[in-house]
Design a protein around this ligand. Structure first.
Ligand SMILES: NC(=O)c1ccc[n+]([C@@H]2O[C@H](COP(=O)([O-])OP(=O)(O)OC[C@H]3O[C@@H](n4cnc5c(N)ncnc54)[C@H](O)[C@@H]3O)[C@@H](O)[C@H]2O)c1
Length: 334
C-alpha cells in the first residue's frame, strides 16, 4: 500500500524493534504514527528521537492489547497497523498463561479491532521460533513447525489467527518471522541476543568473555534497523496472507560472534568455555529468498558493522544500559 499521508498504529511501538519501526516509518511521507504500548517492557527513552517528530505520538488513553475498548479507540481513522506487542520467550516459559493472554488473546483482539476499524493492512510480528530446531538449513518458510516452546506456540497461533481473519473477513496482512535481532536499545532479556551484552560487560570489566558449551551453536543475526525496514517493505508490498523470514541468511556461531566482538573492541582476552546451560534452539538460519522476491527486502548491515553500532550506542547510553542490567538483576559495573 501507499504510505503517503497514512496514519499508522504501531502496537508494541515502545519496544526494542517497535521503536525502530516507528523511526523507519517517519522516514516515509506518513501523516501520523501512533504508538500503542503498555510499557511493560518498552520505554519512553526508546522513543526519545522519534517523539521529536511532530507526526509521532503515544496514544494518550492507554496501551494494553487486552483493553479492547482502548484498542478500538486507538484504531479510529488508522490506515494500517504494525503489531509487535508480545511477551518474550523466557517470560512465556515462566508464565505460560500470561503468554496465552497477551500473545494469543491480545493478538486476537488486535485482529478483531483491525476488521472493525477497516484497517487496510496489517503486519504481524511472528518469529523464527515457530521453526524450533532446524531440520534443514537454511530454513525456508515451508520448514515444519518444529517448535516446542510456549512462546513459539503463541506465534504459531498468531500466524494461524491472521490466516483465519483473512479468510473469514478479508483482513489484509503479512507475517514476519524475525531471526535473531540485535542492535541499539536491546536489553538483557533476549534469549540468544543477551549474550552480546554479557560478552561486552565482561570485556568492559577486563574479564574473559564466557561461552557456554563449545560455542558451536549457530544463529542468523539481523540488525534491528534492517528488521524495521522489513516492516515498512511489508506494509508497502502487495503480498498477502504469507509469512516471511527476516534475517541475513548468514550463519554465525557463538564462538565466531565472541571472537568478532573481541576483535572490534581490540581486546586480547581469551574466551572462557563453561559447561552448557539451557538452550532453546541450537541452530537456526533462515532463507532470505522469499522476502527478497515478494517484499523487496534484503538486509544491509553486516554483523561486524551492526556490532560496532551497538557498541557505540552502549557507550553513549551508559545509564540506559545500566537500567537494563538492573531489570534482570545483573550486578552493575561499579
Ligand atoms: N527481538 C527478537 O530477536 C525477536 C525475534 C523474533 C520475534 N520477535 C518479535 O518481535 C516483536 C517485538 O520484539 P522486541 O524484541 O521489540 O520485544 P519488546 O519486548 O522490546 O517489544 C514488545 C513491546 O510490546 C509491549 N507489550 C507487551 N505486552 C503488551 C500488552 N499487553 N499490551 C501492549 N503492549 C505490550 C512491550 O512493552 C514492548 O514495548 C515481538 O512480537 C517479538 O515476539 C522478536
Amino acid at each position: 500500500m501507499d504510505l503517503t499521508n497514512a496514519k499508522v498504529l504501531v502496537i508494541g511501538g515502545a519496544g526494542f524493534i517497535g521503536s525502530h519501526v516507528v523511526e523507519e516509518l517517519l522516514k516515509e511521507d506518513v501523516k501520523e504514527v501512533v504508538i500503542y504500548d503498555n510499557f511493560c517492557r518498552g520505554t519512553q527513552e526508546n522513543l526519545e528521537e522519534a517523539l521529536k517528530d511532530p507526526r509521532a505520538r503515544i496514544f494518550e488513553l492507554g496501551g494494553d492489547v487486552l483493553h479492547t475498548d482502548l484498542l478500538n479507540k486507538a484504531m479510529e481513522g488508522v490506515d494500517c497497523v504494525v503489531h509487535l506487542a508480545a511477551l518474550w520467550l523466557l517470560h512465556c516459559h515462566e508464565y505460560p498463561r500470561s503468554a496465552f493472554h497477551v500473545n494469543i488473546e491480545g493478538t486476537f483482539n488486535v485482529l478483531e479491532a483491525c476488521v472493525k476499524n477497516e484497517i487496510k493492512r496489517l503486519v504481524y510480528s511472528s518469529s523464527a521460533s515457530v521453526y524450533g530446531d532446524a531440520l534443514e538449513i537454511p530454513m525456508t518458510e515451508e520448514h515444519p513447525y518444529n517448535n516446542k516452546t510456549f512462546y513459539g506456540a503463541t506465534k504459531i497461533a498468531g500466524e494461524h489467527m491472521c490466516r483465519a481473519f483473512y479468510n473469514r473477513y478479508g483482513l489484509n496482512y503479512v507475517g514476519l518471522r524475525y531471526m535473531n535481532v540485535y542492535g541499539p536499545r536491546q536489553d538483557y532479556r533476549g534469549t540468544y541476543i543477551a549474550v552480546i551484552m554479557k560478552i561486552l560487560d565482561r570485556i568492559d570489566k577486563g574479564l574473559p568473555p564466557i561461552v557456554y558449551g563449545d560455542g558451536s551453536q549457530s544463529y542468523d543475526f539481523v540488525f534491528v534497523s534492517d528488521v524495521a525496514r522489513a516492516n515498512v517493505c511489508a506494509l508497502k508490498s502487495d503480498a498477502v496472507d504469507r509469512n516471511y523470514n527476516v534475517g541475513s541468511g548468514t550463519r554465525t556461531s557463538i564462538r565466531e560472534l565472541c571472537e568478532m566482538i573481541l576483535e572490534i573492541t581490540g581486546s586480547d582476552l581469551q574466551i572462557q568455555y563453561e559447561p552448557a546451560g539451557q538452550t532453546f534452539v541450537t541452530n537456526r538460519i533462515g532463507s532470505t529468498e522469499r522476502a527478497e522476491s515478494d517484499l523487496g527486502f534484503k538486509y544491509k548491515v553486516e554483523l561486524k558493522e551492526g556490532l560496532r553500532r551497538l557498541i557505540a550506542w552502549r557507550n553513549a547510553h551508559k545509564e540506559a544500559v545500566e537500567k537494563r542490567r538492573r531489570a534482570v538483576g545483573i550486578e552493575g559495573k561499579k
